[in-house]
Design a protein around this ligand. Sequence first.
Ligand SMILES: Nc1ncnc2c1ncn2[C@@H]1O[C@H](COP(=O)(O)OP(=O)(O)OP(=O)(O)O)[C@@H](O)[C@H]1O
Ligand SMILES: [Mg+2]
Length: 372
Amino acid sequence: MIKIKQALFLVFGITSFIMFYIGLLNYLTTQDKGMGLIFLIFSSIVAFGTLFAGLYISKNITKPIESLAQRMNEFSKNNYIKKISVDDKGIQELQSLHKNFEDMANIVGGALEKEKQLNLKLHEIDTRKTEFMSMISHELKTPLMPIMGYLQLLKKQELMGELNEKQLDAINEISISTEILQKLIQDVLTAQKIDLGKLSVEKNIVESKTLVENSYKAFNPICENKGAKLVMSLKTTEMVYSDPDRIAQVFSNLISNALSFIPEKDGLIEIGTQDNSDYVTFFVRDNGVGISEDQQKNIFKKFYQVDTSSKRKKEGSGLGLSICEGIVKALGGKMWVDSTVNQGTTFFFDLPKAKIPIERFQSFKNPAKSKK
Ligand SMILES: Nc1ncnc2c1ncn2[C@@H]1O[C@H](COP(=O)(O)OP(=O)(O)OP(=O)(O)O)[C@@H](O)[C@H]1O
Ligand SMILES: [Mg+2]
């Protein structure tokens, strides 16, 4: 790209040269040397005049334009420009362009700086709020331990004395509510850790199939109990580099959710894996009530629950999916949902495949053989 200064020099330079050349050519070829000399002097004056005009224009137009371009560049990089004194003798419009730009840059720069400070403050307040919530949740957790311990003792009647049926029912109710409270506190703590970027994950090389099978084993009896069918569909058995306990947590919330929204009769939940280049995609599919497109946009937000009235069969805090997404992200993957109202929902999450040499891969698949 050519610069304005170069363009002006080119135009004025060529014009001056042509003027001078015409004058010289005329002088060399004309019979009337006197007239030729006058024409040569005249064309030389015009050529030099054009050259000086070029220099003048360059100084007064190109310099301020170049400096303006430079200052704009500086502003776009730093949101700040240094104050400079513009030549008073220059072209008036360009001077006011400089001044107006400087004023505008100061206003915009000031506003941006204020916004930056505000964002920093907000971030600080947010972190403090999260830390405070975290502390409260911890404090709430402490008295829960003895409550749960004594409930267990009360249930062991040989230790604490006989209880009648009504008393036992009451204790069971207290137990259930205490467990819900404990899960809620644990979820708030986990969500907080995710927000603070302090979620601990312990990654290992593990077969994707094992992750699905473990969740299948844990949930099959619960599903059978509720008259629902749980099936596995494994399209890949590749190794992933991930945290099995955290993945069990993700499956647990997704299957529990599915169980809450499938029909009472013919409820079907499918869990499994699919290959997806560098990732293994895990999924939990159900034939439940589904989630509308509008609600899908909010589904991973903390405390979000779809209209509670008709569809819900259970209570919850609305933290489950945000925790699942936080865990998957912390493990280097992503999570998404696909759903059709009245047909069903599928939650997917990707986990990075383990990048290991083929011999090691064999030893992970078949540890007994490799030891020989
Ligand atoms: N499989 C599903 N089918 C239909 N709606 C679902 C499904 N999974 C989740 N949802 C909707 O998304 C909401 C958020 O789910 P999420 O797991 O985050 O919270 P929750 O289950 O209500 O509470 P918890 O914190 O105990 O998990 C649910 O309340 C429900 O409305
Ligand atoms: Mg849930």
